[in-house]
Design a protein around this ligand. Structure first.
Ligand code: NAD
Ligand code: WQD
Length: 338
């Protein structure tokens, strides 16, 4: 198939572009480079032995999108483009709603007018909110507790309404848990701008000497070691989940929802210690106060993706840390080495 990937120069997007190229698809990437570098795609081309087409464009720019769809016939879209920092979304809700919602509406209108009605969307475990028991199951009532999460929930609603109104739409809503790791080559990986918000990129920057120590947000949760539990998923497994979802929905119209997670919870300290194993020595850390909005523990019920897509995670926490470390140590400053 010819797949248009929005946000395809980003962390999960670049790994998915590689999986798509390796599976024989043709790929066109649209990204405004707001949080990424074109270098990721140069390296993806090296790894795949053939390139994706890259168009630098903003989803907020309707004429530019129109041009993309006129110039490149596509069969399906994987939609990663969006802003993703929970804390920033609380500070800048307008920016988040505008970029994520309006960007998606522009994309869907352009798709519809060009007769492209197959889409895989990056949703998030954050849509399950605070009220659901774990593990999270797709049929639960959702309700995010922050503006970023609400953009995901609202886009899920838009896509569900679209699927209900017009049976020509094929929609996959993929709810990712906590993506970490990097391609095992160490050539592509996560390259956060500024201070990393997420645990593993922060640990990796401590390990490479860019940060003094990890602050563990809360050691007094009601969990086995007092730190929060999350369902970490290797980004390569996640990328392959997209290829599986796309294959599945290509032949099946309607709206489908799948959790992409491992089904297991791992604590902050377990993750830190696994990373230390990969690095080969202890890393400095300090247990501090809880971070506002953090839930003590959540993980996926991953059974639907296995039953429907034949997909499940294959990589361990140790592999996630080894691969993340290989990427970080060979690219201490990410894609834009000084
Ligand atoms: P990322 O920031 O690396 O990738 C997102 C890409 O979208 C970036 O390359 C950015 O430049 C681009 N982009 C943003 N707004 C755009 C716009 N208006 N027009 C064109 N391009 C635009 O993030 P990621 O970690 O790869 O996440 C990809 C998707 O998965 C996002 O939608 C994110 O919300 C979602 N998600 C991520 C996680 C996670 O922890 N990384 C978890 C769940 C869901
Ligand atoms: C994991 C654990 C922290 C940093 C976020 C989004 C979610 C999804 C994935 C997009 C928590 C602790 C972290 C640090 C720490 N993204 N931690 N010190 O919060 O589960 O999920 O990313 O959709 O929507 O909310 O991931 O990596 O930030 O935190 O102790 O410096 O690590 O408190 O327990 P989170 P995370």
């Amino acid at each position: 198939m010819r797949i248009l990937v929005t946000g395809g120069t980003g962390y999960i997007g670049s790994h998915t572009v590689l999986s798509l190229l390796e599976s024989g698809h043709e790929v066109i990437v649209v990204d405004n480079l707001a949080n990424s570098s074109e270098e990721s795609l140069r390296r993806v081309a090296e790894l795949a032995g053939r390139p994706a087409v890259f168009v630098q464009a903003d989803l907020l720019d309707e004429p530019a999108l129109e041009e993309v769809f006129s110039a490149h016939p596509v069969d399906a879209v994987i939609h990663f483009a969006g802003l993703k920092a929970v804390g920033e979304s609380v500070q800048e809700p307008l920016n988040y709603y505008y970029n994520n919602i309006v960007g998606t509406l522009n994309l869907l209108r352009a798709m519809d007018s060009h007769g492209v009605r197959t889409i895989v969307f990056s949703s998030s475990a954050t849509v399950y909110g605070e009220h659901n028991p774990v593990p999270y199951i797709e049929k639960m009532e959702i309700g995010a507790n922050n503006p970023y999460g609400r953009t995901k929930e609202q886009i899920e609603d838009i896509l569900s309404d679209l699927g209900a109104a017009d049976e020509r739409w094929h929609v996959a809503l993929l709810r990712y848990f906590n993506p970490v790791g990097a391609h095992p080559s160490g050539r592509i990986g996560e390259d956060p701008q500024g201070i990393p918000n997420n645990l593993v990129p922060f640990i990796a920057q401590v390990a490479v000497g860019r940060r003094e120590k990890l602050l563990v947000f809360g050691g007094d949760y009601d969990t086995p070691d007092g730190t929060c539990l999350r369902d970490y998923i290797h980004v390569v497994d996640l990328a392959e989940g997209h290829v599986a979802a796309l294959d599945h929905i290509a032949a099946r119209p309607g709206v489908h929802r799948w959790n992409l997670g491992s089904g297991k919870g791992t604590s902050v300290l377990e993750m830190l210690h696994a990373f230390e194993q990969a690095v080969g020595h202890a890393l400095p850390y300090e247990i501090t106060g809880r971070r506002a909005g953090d839930l003590p523990a959540f993980w996926a019920d991953a059974s639907s993706a296995l039953a429907d897509l034949g997909w499940s995670t294959t990589k361990t926490i140790d592999q996630m840390c080894e691969d993340h470390w290989r990427w970080q140590k060979s690219n201490p400053h990410g894609y834009n080495a000084p």
